[in-house]
Design a protein around this ligand. Structure first.
Ligand SMILES: [Zn+2]
Ligand SMILES: [Zn+2]
Length: 435
């Protein structure tokens, strides 16, 4: 077949006798294109599927022909029902909503992770171990289109690792993260942007106190580009896994929206970064969010992410402190500094862990300051502006280009102007007062 011709892939899932209504109670599991068979009983089920009563009535196998080759898709469904004495009920072991924490502090966490409960090859225990090895304080479980892993995380969480339950809602017009779902909650994905269902499910997540986060909005894979817009979103995943050109597009379009949001008085959309790690060798925590929260609890972490008091780190080896100081006040990432419009504001980034890195300060007028770090990768960069010159300031720390040069902002060329991202902050907002 010529390159670019789709092969066949068919997703599978099942609904029970309660029916297939959109968002209805009949959902009993989904394994996408990852499995060709599954089993369900009262006591246990194949990962991706929900154990529970197997009642009489009409069950519904759901087939999703995700890609169909030009010659068509042959398929066969075989169902085997075994009768016997029902086993004991499945008892989900949900993770606690709180870990030990350090009070109000910066906490590191990856909000987009897969396991064998959808299309990853890692067991939940391996993902939890990977989160600990990456130096994370929290992680969010986001298997595609199923809540079936929620009941296995309990014994894998601990005082040192908060595990938050979620889902990657995987539609045919893009993927979104539902973060901070009450354990056991499932969000339906069976709609496209042209349908009117997405707002209903975003509202459902908000009703549960969770976050709606469009994921990898410019990912070029089939059906992965985000087509639902940003109304109803609480944040956007601008950095997904190792740095690639679709992440540049995501950061650029996010940055463009900041100005629009500030003008309209809407809440601005915070940026998140997550690994989306599925399997070895994808690195858990590359990248992850560093969020300021009052405590290491589900509610405090979700609140911190919603407020934009967070920055994105390539690894726990990267440390950033970003502040703006003016008129005797100092604020940090995601916060707002109100000062006389022409009063000097000193923007300062202290960074470590990025050898040869380059710091960029970006405002609503574009990149206004660039400075390279020493070879050791540790340094402080200060730049003076005013609220009348900059409505917001955000910082990026970039690795050198492959030829070792730092790259240059405000230039055009045939290649990318920057090396990979090492750290990216949410903005600090500057609000000028007159008189
Ligand atoms: Zn995805
Ligand atoms: Zn994913």
């Amino acid at each position: 077949m010529p390159a670019g011709t789709p092969g066949n892939s068919c997703d599978i899932g099942i609904f029970d006798e309660r029916g297939t209504d959109l968002g209805g109670p009949g959902f009993r599991g989904w394994s996408g294109g990852f499995r060709t068979s599954f089993a369900i009983s009262r006591t246990e089920a194949t990962p991706g599927y929900l154990p529970g009563p197997v009642n009489a009535g009409r069950w519904h196998v759901v087939l999703g022909p995700y890609q169909v080759a030009p010659q068509g898709l042959d398929y066969q469904v075989q169902v085997t029902v075994r009768f016997g004495t029902p086993g004991p009920d499945f008892k989900p072991d949900y993770p606690a909503g709180r870990a030990r924490g350090r009070g109000r502090a910066w906490y590191r966490g990856d909000c987009h992770l897969h396991t064998v409960y959808s299309d990853g090859r890692r067991l939940p225990a391996e993902v939890a171990a990977g989160a600990r090895a990456a130096g994370l304080d929290f992680m969010v479980s986001t298997d595609h289109n199923t809540s079936s892993s929620h009941g296995v995380w309990g014994p894998l969480a601990g005082p040192d690792l908060l595990i938050i339950t979620g889902e990657e809602v995987t539609t045919r017009n893009g993927h979104w993260l539902a973060l901070g779902l009450p354990p056991g909650t499932w969000i339906d994905w069976r709609y496209r942007s042209r349908d009117d269902a997405y707002p209903r499910f975003a509202r459902q997540v908000h009703g549960h106190g969770g976050l709606v986060v469009p994921a990898h909005p410019f990912c070029p894979y089939i059906a992965c580009q985000w087509k639902f817009g940003y109304q109803g979103a609480d944040a956007v995943e601008v950095w997904n896994g190792p740095w690639t050109y679709d992440d540049e597009s995501a950061v650029d379009s996010w940055d463009a929206r900041l100005g629009e949001d500030l003008r309209s008085g809407r809440p601005w959309l915070p940026a998140l970064g997550n690994s989306d790690a599925h399997s070895v060798p994808q690195v858990i925590g590359l990248p992850h969010n560093v969020v300021r929260a009052d405590d290491l609890s589900r509610d405090a972490i979700i609140g911190g992410l919603r407020s934009g008091r967070s920055w994105i780190a390539e690894s726990a080896g990267v440390q950033v402190d970003f502040t703006a100081t003016g008129a005797g006040r100092q604020v940090g990432i995601g916060e707002s500094l109100t000062v006389p419009a022409d009063a000097p504001v000193d923007v300062r980034l202290v960074v470590s862990g990025v050898p040869g890195g380059t710091v960029r300060f970006i405002t609503d007028e574009g990149q206004l300051h660039q400075e390279s770090l020493p070879a050791a990768g540790t340094g402080a960069v200060t730049w003076r502006t005013t609220a009348s010159l900059a409505a917001y300031v955000r910082a990026e720390v970039r690795h050198p280009l492959p030829d070792g040069t730092p790259g240059a902002g405000n230039t055009m060329g045939t290649t990318l102007p920057w090396g990979p991202m090492a750290a990216l902050t949410n903005p600090i907002l500057l609000r000028g007062t007159t008189g």
